[in-house]
Design a protein around this ligand. Structure first.
Ligand code: HEC
Length: 251
């Protein structure tokens, strides 16, 4: 690489560093809750995948991942994953396990219904800087009659998405302070099917799943890291023995 193009690349890298943190700051008014993301918890990941298929996939594709890749990574069989496939191909056949996780929602319809097309969520955890924002967002819906779907979100003001998990969580309300100004405290107004703790787990499972989907390789990275260190350790011993062998007659 010529020096000039190298300099250009370096400048671009620094520029993107400067711009990246500002990208979402407008929406992030509240400090995020701590999701305690744990992608090694495969049971949680599998539950997250199930919730995702049932509650999200109709609107949000995961078009950079495949059903069978998710199944393999999560320790599920094809038989386990098949009931989670609701999406269909152009000939209206249910997708095969090897298919990309796309859905049939047409952008034009989505814009008519929601004002904006639901984004693909394959890399949402990365673009939102990890799982904490997602976890907060799933717990951030509250009643707001001025909004088209009757809800707003503490972490995504005036969001265009309905609260699709309302039957599980129930409906929250936003508390006001003594002067009547809205605070960041949300409390349950109408209970849903789940207790607060159970819903927290759902939010966490979904978050774990989306963090995993954004970078499936992270499940195996630690394993390869340890393997590499072990290899280097063995190499160190061998090199030392070799060195001793080479130098033994010189002293
Ligand atoms: C009925 C359609 C619909 C369903 C079902 C739905 N969403 Fe959404 N979602 C939307 C729309 C529309 C937006 C865009 C909102 C906006 O930009 O105002 C959105 C936005 C989001 C965002 C924010 C994306 C960003 O720009 O940062 C996340 C995260 C998200 N959805 C997650 C989920 C999850 C997880 C589920 C399942 C539990 C789900 N959604 C189910 C329609 C839907």
């Amino acid at each position: 690489m010529k020096l000039n193009s190298f300099k250009l690349l370096l400048a671009a890298a620094f520029l993107s560093l400067a711009v990246a943190p500002a990208a979402y700051s407008a929406a992030e008014k509240e400090p995020n809750l701590d999701a305690n993301v744990d992608v090694s918890d495969k049971v949680s990941l599998a539950r997250g995948a199930k919730y995702y298929a049932n509650f999200c996939m109709g609107c949000h594709s995961l078009e950079f991942s495949r059903y069978n890749r998710v199944a393999t990574d999560l320790g599920l069989t094809e038989a386990d994953i098949k009931p989670l496939i609701f999406t269909r191909d152009d000939d209206d056949n249910i997708h095969k396990p090897g298919a990309l996780m796309v859905n049939a929602l047409r952008t034009k319809d989505a814009i008519r219904w929601f004002g904006i097309a639901p984004p693909d969520l394959t890399v949402i955890a990365r673009s939102r800087g990890g799982g904490d924002w997602l976890y907060s967002y799933f717990k951030g819906f509250y009643k707001d009659d001025s909004r088209p779907f009757g809800v707003n979100n503490l972490y995504f003001p005036n969001v265009g998405m309905p609260h699709v998990l309302q039957e599980l969580q129930g409906l929250q309300q936003r508390e006001v302070d003594a002067d009547g100004n809205p605070t960041s405290t949300l409390t349950i107004l109408e209970p849903g099917k789940l207790s607060v703790g159970e819903y927290d787990q759902v939010a966490k499972d979904l978050t774990n799943f989306l963090v995993y989907v954004g970078e499936p390789a992270q499940l195996h990275r630690t394993f390869y890291g340890i393997l590499t260190l072990l290899f280097l350790l063995v190499l160190l011993v061998l090199s030392y023995l070799l060195k001793k062998e080479f130098w033994k007659d010189i002293h």
